[in-house]
Design a protein around this ligand. Structure first.
Ligand SMILES: Nc1ncnc2c1ncn2[C@@H]1O[C@H](COP(=O)(O)OP(=O)(O)OP(=O)(O)O)[C@@H](O)[C@H]1O
Ligand SMILES: [Mg+2]
Length: 199
């Protein structure tokens, strides 16, 4: 998840359960995403990672039959409150999908600038600065700075997380600093997963 620049936003899932019909894909997950900290979510296919993320900007509810229980707090404001506009919220809590989906006919630069332009930022020096900053924050700047105006289809993402959360069968099993979780996991299921005994 990417919070807007120059803010101290923090996001928190509190007893979050996500359902597809009767199926509980995310089960009573409580997890804090502190500002300016990268949190990775890992776990076997189908454990609920994408579903959890989609609850964090109210995309889960767009699936017919899907529902959410519990809270998601953005700086202590419940994003599921009646007076929150989901469209406005999705502008503030962005999502980058598993498979990159750039606009195929646009350059790297134009893909990164597209969101700013939709939101009315047009002065080219402002946009230049914002594009550079966004690519630096995504650890992509060195890779792409010399080819900003070539096709975005060659773009790939890479980030190193500060914290890692391990999910299994819809539940949050363990969360901790990334290097500690991978070297000294506290829970047997985490250890089994990271050492490749299942997955
Ligand atoms: N649109 C849907 N309708 C019904 N069930 C769904 C839907 N999408 C996902 N599920 C179910 O919800 C559970 C969690 O799926 P989810 O896609 O969140 O897992 P994931 O951890 O992101 O997996 P992957 O690593 O494969 O991306 C799975 O049991 C999956 O079958
Ligand atoms: Mg997924």
């Amino acid at each position: 998840m990417v919070a807007s620049a120059n803010t101290r936003l923090r996001l928190e899932a509190a007893h979050l359960t996500a359902l597809f019909g009767q199926h509980r894909a995310v089960r009573d997950v409580s997890l804090l995403f502190p500002a300016h900290i990268v949190t990775a979510i890992i776990g076997p296919s189908g454990c609920g990672k994408s579903t959890l993320l989609r609850c964090l900007n109210r995309m889960h509810e767009l699936t017919p039959g899907a529902s959410v229980q519990g809270d998601v707090l953005l700086d202590n404001v419940n994003i599921y409150a009646d007076d929150v506009s989901p469209v406005e919220l999705r502008r503030r809590i962005g999502m980058v999908f598993q498979r990159p989906t750039p606009f195929p006919t646009m350059s790297i630069y134009d893909n990164v600038a597209a969101g700013l332009r939709v939101n009315g930022r047009r002065r080219s020096s402002d946009v230049d600065d914002a594009v550079a900053r966004a690519l630096q924050q995504a650890a992509l700047w060195d890779e792409v700075k010399d080819r900003l105006h070539t096709s975005a289809l060659a773009l790939s993402g890479a980030r190193v997380s500060d914290y890692t959360a391990f999910m299994y069968l819809g539940s949050l099993i363990e969360v901790g600093k990334t290097n500690e979780l991978f070297t000294k996991p506290k829970v047997e299921q985490t250890e089994a997963y990271i050492t490749g005994r299942f997955g």
